[in-house]
Design a protein around this ligand. Structure first.
Ligand SMILES: Cc1ncc(COP(=O)(O)O)c(C=O)c1O
Length: 478
């Protein structure tokens, strides 16, 4: 097998067009004057310190804060992951001995579940709504804060991985009315580019207390470069600083930090986004006649308020082919590499580094998929079997009873049992079909017959599970 380095060299030679993260899309123009290896430095005289900034890092963070309109902004060198962890830790620290419960979307990224383990906070989950055609959770079932008990915080993902946006403005309005002490924490990992009126409003602008941006996903920072922003009095700034100091590396990557500084400045230029917007409009107009693409008509339905047009989410089932087949076709014939696919959907992910010409190439490729109509290959498409998406659609199994907090389950003594003997037991692993990595069961929850059936029906890959489909760690009881 090739070394990792040689594999990267081979991959580069393939010359694929990137419709996936990172947002710079491999374009050198974003890294002019950033010198590798000369600038791969550490905290030396004159170069400031991430955890106690007084010089160039302080200035760069202040500039980011100005651009996003926060009170304080922090560079994250361990990805958006550490941002989710940091906000929950800061909440736990700020609320001291009466942390209260937190309300969390069940379709949150796994870093949120990890943040619950680290912080020890007790969650209630917000149910997801599955879109009937795409058969993935694209929105949330929001009941209204007046119908819910009080929480110390709510954590929301805005936008989702697929570019759907919930009604955050409404939730924040309800917070002001019914629960003014409740912190609103937002994972805006996929929406660092919400800086222009071409996109939905940013969460800071809407009044969230803490917001995380994975700058590397849609903007031009190096992979892992992210930011955390805060405003308002609900969370202590000192607590947030303490949390980040504990969680982040003591050897921050200077190339990454310099790329963060550059990325937010570059993102302010509206023109490249305008050109991409026009190309995406054209794509919807033309390719939307061949394949189903999530579009403006989906707004206002299934818990979706708005869409971020920079995510192009395509369903291939009307062509009678599996998504994998389309992904292979687009890669081989059009050199297009998508971000994600499942059995019948493909996600094309735009970033600041994409060009309108690349979007036009994608449009051509999608139009050409018509050729594959009815040529179903066995790979990745099995319409006769009940897919995981179909089961999700039936609504079966969501939100099994929670008997321990994720943290209690994490530290509890565990035993491994055969999967089929786990019904009624409290699980000690969070297990997620991958992609998309949204847990079917979170550690601390009770295995039910429905969840077990869903697990057994899933044919794909798993995350967070030591022995998929064979055995499972459960909490030792009695
Ligand atoms: C919604 C969401 N939040 C957080 C993260 C974690 O961000 P990062 O990969 O920058 O650590 C991801 C990663 O894919 C994500 O999709």
């Amino acid at each position: 097998m090739l070394s990792l380095n040689n594999r990267l060299i081979e991959y580069e030679k393939e010359g694929l067009l990137s419709f996936h993260t990172p947002g710079h899309k491999g374009k050198a123009e974003f890294f002019v004057d950033l010198h590798f290896p000369a600038h791969d430095l550490t905290e030396l005289p004159g170069l400031d310190m991430l955890h106690a900034p007084e010089g160039v890092i302080k200035r760069a963070q202040e500039r980011a804060s100005e651009i996003y309109g926060s009170e304080s902004s922090f560079f994250l060198v361990n990805g958006g992951t550490v941002g989710n962890q940091g906000m929950f830790m800061a909440l736990a620290d700020s609320r001291g001995s009466s942390p209260g419960k937190v309300l969390v979307e069940r379709q949150s990224h796994r870093s949120v579940m990890g943040a619950l383990v680290l912080s020890g906070l007790e969650p209630d989950y917000i149910r997801s709504i599955v879109h009937p055609e795409f058969k993935v959770p694209l929105g949330i079932a929001w009941e209204g804060l007046n119908k819910l008990p009080s929480y110390s915080a709510i954590h929301l993902t805005y936008p989702s991985y697929y570019g759907t946006v919930i009604d955050l403005a409404q939730i924040i309005k309800e917070r002001e009315e019914y629960s003014p002490q409740m912190s609103v924490l937002v994972d805006q990992a996929h929406g660092a580019h919400f800086l222009h009126d071409l996109f939905p409003a940013g969460a800071l602008e809407l009044g969230a207390d803490i917001v995380m941006h994975s700058i590397h996903k849609t903007l031009s920072a190096l992979t892992q470069g992210a930011m955390l922003h805060m405003q308002g009095p609900r969370i202590s700034l000192a607590a947030l600083k303490r949390s980040l100091e504990m969680l982040q590396s003591s050897s921050p990557n200077y190339l990454m930090m310099a790329s963060l500084e550059r990325a937010v400045e570059t993102a302010l230029n509206r023109k490249p986004w305008e050109l991409l917007y026009e190309a995406v409009e054209e794509l919807h107009y033309r390719a939307g006649k061949v394949v189903r693409i999530l579009n403006k008509e989906d707004e206002g339905k299934y818990g979706i308020k708005e869409l971020d047009w920079s995510k192009i989410f395509v369903n291939t089932s009307s062509l009678g082919i599996g998504a994998y087949q389309a992904v292979e076709f687009l890669r081989n014939k059009y050199k297009i590499q998508s971000e994600f696919w499942d059995e019948e959907n493909i996600l094309f992910y735009l970033g600041i580094g994409n060009t309108p010409e690349e979007v036009q190439q994608l449009t051509q490729g999608l139009l050409d998929l018509e050729k594959l109509k009815g040529q179903s290959s066995k790979v990745g498409f099995s319409p006769q079997e009940e897919s995981l998406q179909d089961i999700w659609l039936s609504g079966k199994g969501f939100l099994p009873p929670r008997r321990l907090t994720p943290r209690e389950a994490f530290i509890a003594p565990k035993v491994k049992v055969p999967l089929k003997e786990s019904i009624g037991k409290i699980v000690g692993e969070s297990i997620s079909p991958y992609p998309p990595g949204i847990p079917l069961i979170v550690m601390g929850e009770e295995m039910t017959q429905d969840i077990l059936e869903i697990i057994l029906a899933h044919k794909g890959k798993w995350q967070g599970w030591e022995e998929p489909l064979k055995s499972i760690w459960v909490i030792e009881e009695g």
